[in-house]
Design a protein around this ligand. Structure first.
Ligand code: PLP
Length: 379
């Protein structure tokens, strides 16, 4: 096969859009620190503030609610440790959160997930009722592995009824589905530029209203004292342009969902035992988490890479051993099955030829390895 490799790992990072590259390049060519009062500084400040308006508009917020950070990981840490006098709050997180939540709140109570890949709202309600101390709940809008869209508005209502705050990590949802901070009812929302055509190195914590937020990083008054350090002006400029384009591109997501559905239908046809995780839930239009029975995730990823198809594991690899995905095990997926999962994620560069290439390569691998040997490491 000689065509260009198929990049199907958009949930890891999306290729930057051409207008984003142009904006980053233009900003790199301008001198000036946004905190300087002279004309050069004022020009850099304008670049940052235009981007702030663009990012705010994408999620239905006012520009003053946007705090720029370097990554969604940083934004999640900032919220967990700084939001609403966080030191005195107990933290509850769904069991399917991204590591930037789970690892940043290692003493948090984990709320169970259902087999469909959704937070168990009854369990959340029970836990909040059990202990009425002030709490902060973290619930993502869309899961990075399965794409399952979480009932954030309902969770926010439950949290509010118990006097708790809600942080919504929308890093995977923004740019793929319409997101409105007011409709979600959360207290803070995490957004990451490189998940929707922007550059790496720019993200934001978007606040609902003006809750107290203690800066994690000290040393300067940037971001109204909420995040010290000179702003990454080129990345923020690209973030703004990506936000504007993302809003314009949302209607194209239906076509992407059709390609994703075609891929899943082919997998089911080729290997009827293959599982599509969280298929019963409402999902992002671009994400599929699926298993190849009996073939380890790592084996699939390497073989698909050799065939020119880039996907990622539903499991993490550490010290040479495949660990099953925490998300899938939280959904009750047996370890031996979770160890055979891969994540395929489509995006703005994906065309029908990429899906054809995946189907052809996945089918060839299944024919070669599927059924014939169990490449799954012992549980
Ligand atoms: N939250 C979710 C749901 C994610 O999927 C990711 C990245 O994959 C992050 C947070 C971290 O994003 P960043 O790479 O901007 O730190």
């Amino acid at each position: 096969m000689t065509s260009a490799p198929a990049y199907l790992d958009h949930n890891a990072t999306t290729p930057a859009k051409p207008a984003v590259i142009a904006a980053v390049t233009a900003a790199l060519g301008c001198v000036g620190n946004p905190s300087s009062v002279h004309r050069f500084g004022r020009c850099a400040r304008r670049t940052v503030e235009v981007a702030r308006e663009q990012v705010a508009a994408l999620v239905g917020a006012a520009p003053s609610q946007v705090v720029f950070t370097a990554s969604a990981t940083e934004a999640n840490n900032l919220a967990l440790h700084g939001l609403g006098s966080a030191a005195s709050r107990r933290i509850l997180v769904s069991g399917i959160e991204h590591d930037s939540i789970i690892a940043a709140a290692d003493e948090a109570t984990r709320i169970a997930a259902t087999a469909d890949g959704l937070i168990d709202l009854a369990a959340l309600e029970r836990d909040l009722a059990r202990d009425e101390r002030p709490a902060l709940v973290a619930l993502m809008l869309a899961n990075n592995e399965t794409g399952a869209i979480q009932p954030v508005a309902e969770a926010a209502r439950i949290a509010r009824a118990h006097g708790a705050l809600l942080l919504c990590d929308a890093a995977q949802a923004v740019g793929k589905i319409a997101v409105d901070i007011g409709a979600l009812g959360c207290d803070a929302l995490t957004v990451s530029a490189h998940k929707f055509g922007g550059p790496q190195g720019a993200a934001a914590l978007v606040l609902a209203g003006d809750p107290p937020l203690a800066s994690l990083i000290r040393g300067g008054g940037q971001e109204r004292g909420r995040r010290a350090g000179t702003e990454n002006v080129p990345a923020i400029a690209g973030f703004g342009v990506a936000a504007k384009l993302a809003a314009e591109d949302l209607p194209r997501m239906a076509a992407l969902a059709a390609q994703r559905d075609r891929l899943e239908a082919a997998v089911r046809r080729v290997a009827p035992g293959a599982e599509i995780f969280a298929a019963a839930a409402e999902r992002l239009p671009n994400t599929s988490c699926l298993s190849m029975p009996g073939v380890a995730s790592e084996t699939q990823i390497m073989a698909l890479d050799l065939a020119g198809v880039a996907v990622s594991a539903g499991s993490a690899c550490s010290s040479g051993k495949v660990r099953a995905s925490r998300v899938l095990t939280a959904m009750g997926v047996p370890l031996a099955v979770a160890n055979t999962a891969i994540r395929v994620s489509l995006g703005w560069t994906t065309g029908a030829a990429d899906i054809d290439r995946f189907i052809e390569s996945w089918t060839a691998l299944w024919t070669r390895l599927g059924n014939s040997r169990a490449a799954v490491p012992a549980a």
